[in-house]
Design a protein around this ligand. Structure first.
Ligand SMILES: Cc1cc2nc3c(=O)[nH]c(=O)nc-3n(C[C@H](O)[C@H](O)[C@H](O)COP(=O)(O)OP(=O)(O)OC[C@H]3O[C@@H](n4cnc5c(N)ncnc54)[C@H](O)[C@@H]3O)c2cc1C
Ligand SMILES: NC(=O)c1ccc[n+]([C@@H]2O[C@H](COP(=O)([O-])OP(=O)(O)OC[C@H]3O[C@@H](n4cnc5c(N)ncnc54)[C@H](O)[C@@H]3O)[C@@H](O)[C@H]2O)c1
Length: 457
């Protein structure tokens, strides 16, 4: 049986970064990845990078060919091909970067535990066993597929990963779930010229955000022809000669409704990918949601077994998986001070059009917690850069502590929001007061200079 200093299960962000780090330090490392289409993990293959590539292309398509469906469909087909070339390039790069190292072996097979330090790897030509002194689980997450009659039989049902591979632009895309994936795909496909309907079972649109922000997002999306139905529970799906019909009911009164389309995206959340890992054999416990239980330093309930990224539950972002790597590096080689508790607040961005980014408390959360605070709002159109970009939709909002002047939260629904939120994060994490951003010298014209006005509270 081959012995390694470290075995990493899954080629995710944390895993591949850790593999390179351990290799640089002279460790013998095995990386086990179940699919040769997933070297580099979800982000470059089926998640962040392909979606953001297509979202960018959708923006161009909508500018060039607005309301010309045949031209948009052609552009979409080419965009999918360009996206495939990019993901294939990144996958190759990711594989090379690890496999060329003499002390790293990449096994393309599915891993499962035999004991806390022994793994079985199912390879195409048979099973092998590997032993590791330290084992790192980085197997990511997988879509939650709700029980909807006819879903499995339909030829028109997709997950985010499979829809990205369809190169025929749907005339009407039905999206079940109005979370991050639902909203990004809605915005993307509407940009390419598809009619889009979102069915969300919750009674609030974007419940994690303040209602004024959610209202503004909804108005912008509806103006682009995206239909949004709340309280909508999908009941059944059946294929027709022209496409597919989805029946849903209003959660509040049970009234049934029908919607016809030619593709259905299931975007109802993602759960930790633990299937087949046989975690019990290693003594690795999971919680009620199937997430691997870890302490703040990412150790599981089994000695020498760690978990990082989506598989341990909590917010699912590539940059948090990367930060998990930093915690483990610090535990193994540093002063052991870094842990999960250090990273709040964590900013995020949703790549709708215009994009939305947020950090810290919302106004509703600040109210609930009884803080004394001031709220500042700015329409995106007040920032002159939005006019030069012809992206005047949206608003900016900040929450500032009345006593300390410290920034408590910020939501940006405007052009360049995913970049600007990092400036706000930097200010918050270095303990700056709002006045710091009010008086900060920004380049002109830029969307970030809007922060001068926003933080003039
Ligand atoms: C459509 C979509 C868009 C997203 N957009 C963004 C975004 O813009 N920004 C952002 O920060 N986050 C985004 N996310 C979330 C982000 O992709 C994930 O949080 C991140 O990729 C998780 O990485 P990870 O390190 O946990 O593992 P992953 O990158 O998911 O890697 C896990 C790997 O483990 C492999 N594996 C699983 N089980 C086994 C096994 N038993 N044996 C061997 N290998 C196994 C899998 O094949 C996979 O390659 C998006 C997600 C989706 C679905
Ligand atoms: N830009 C980004 O960083 C980005 C982009 C996409 C995804 N992600 C990550 O991927 C994760 C998964 O995204 P997601 O959108 O699938 O999950 P989500 O949890 O954000 O949203 C799922 C939505 O589906 C709804 N829902 C659940 N069951 C339903 C049903 N049967 N019928 C109708 N609606 C139903 C839920 O109420 C919820 O609003 C996110 O948590 C996020 O961390 C990040």
């Amino acid at each position: 049986m081959k012995q390694y200093d470290a075995i990493i299960i899954g080629f995710g962000k944390a895993g591949k970064t850790l593999a390179a780090e351990l290799s640089n330090r002279g460790w013998q490392v095995a990386v086990i990845e179940r699919s040769d289409m997933m070297y580099g993990g979800s982000c470059p293959n089926i998640a962040c990078i392909p979606t953001k590539t297509l979202i960018h292309e959708a923006g161009i398509s909508s500018l060039l060919y607005h309301e010309d469906f045949p031209k948009q469909a052609n552009m979409y087909k080419q965009a999918v091909a360009r996206k495939n070339r990019l993901t294939s390039f990144l996958r190759g790069n990711n594989y090379e970067r690890l496999s060329k190292r003499p002390n790293v072996t990449v096994y393309t097979g599915t891993a499962s535990f035999i004991s806390a330090n022994t793994l079985k790897v199912a390879l195409p030509d048979g099973d092998i066993e590997l032993q590791g002194k330290e084992i790192f689980i980085n197997t990511g997450s997988t879509p939650i597929i709700p029980a909807i009659d006819g879903l499995k039989e339909s030829q028109h049902v997709y997950t985010s990963a499979t829809l990205l591979d369809m190169n025929v632009l749907p005339k009407h895309l039905i999206i079940v779930g109005g979370g991050y994936i639902g909203l990004e795909f809605a915005s993307m496909y509407a940009g390419f010229g598809s009619k889009v309907t979102i069915l969300e079972s919750g009674n609030r649109f974007m419940p994690r955000n303040d209602q004024d922000i959610a209202k503004s997002v909804r108005e912008v999306m509806e103006r682009k022809g995206i239909e949004i139905h709340l309280n909508a529970r999908a009941q059944s799906i059946h294929d027709t000669n022209d496409g597919v019909t989805l029946t849903y009911s209003d959660v509040s009164d049970g009234t049934p409704y029908f919607v016809d389309g030619d593709a259905i995206l299931i975007a109802t959340g993602r759960k930790p990918m633990i299937e087949g890992l046989n975690l019990q054999a290693a003594g690795v416990e999971v919680d009620a949601h199937g997430a691997i239980v870890v302490n703040d330093q990412l150790r599981t309930t089994a000695p020498h077994v760690w978990a990082m990224g989506d598989v341990k539950g909590g917010p699912q972002f590539t940059y948090l998986s990367l930060d998990d790597f930093r915690i483990i590096r610090d535990q193994l080689f540093g002063d052991k001070k870094r842990d999960i508790g250090d990273r709040d607040p964590v900013q995020y961005a949703v790549f709708i059009d215009p994009p939305l980014a947020h950090i810290g408390l919302t106004e509703e959360e600040a109210l609930k917690r009884g803080y004394s605070f001031k709220v500042s709002r700015l329409p995106a159109t007040s920032v002159v850069r939005s006019r030069t970009l012809q992206q005047t939709d949206g608003m900016l909002k900040a929450i500032v502590n009345s006593h300390s002047g410290k920034i408590m939260g910020c939501t940006l629904f405007c052009a360049d929001a995913p970049e600007i939120i990092n400036i706000v994060a930097l200010a918050m994490k270095t303990g700056q007061e709002a006045a710091f951003l009010r008086d900060f010298i920004f380049t002109h014209p830029s969307m970030s200079e809007g922060l001068n006005q926003l933080f003039d509270v």
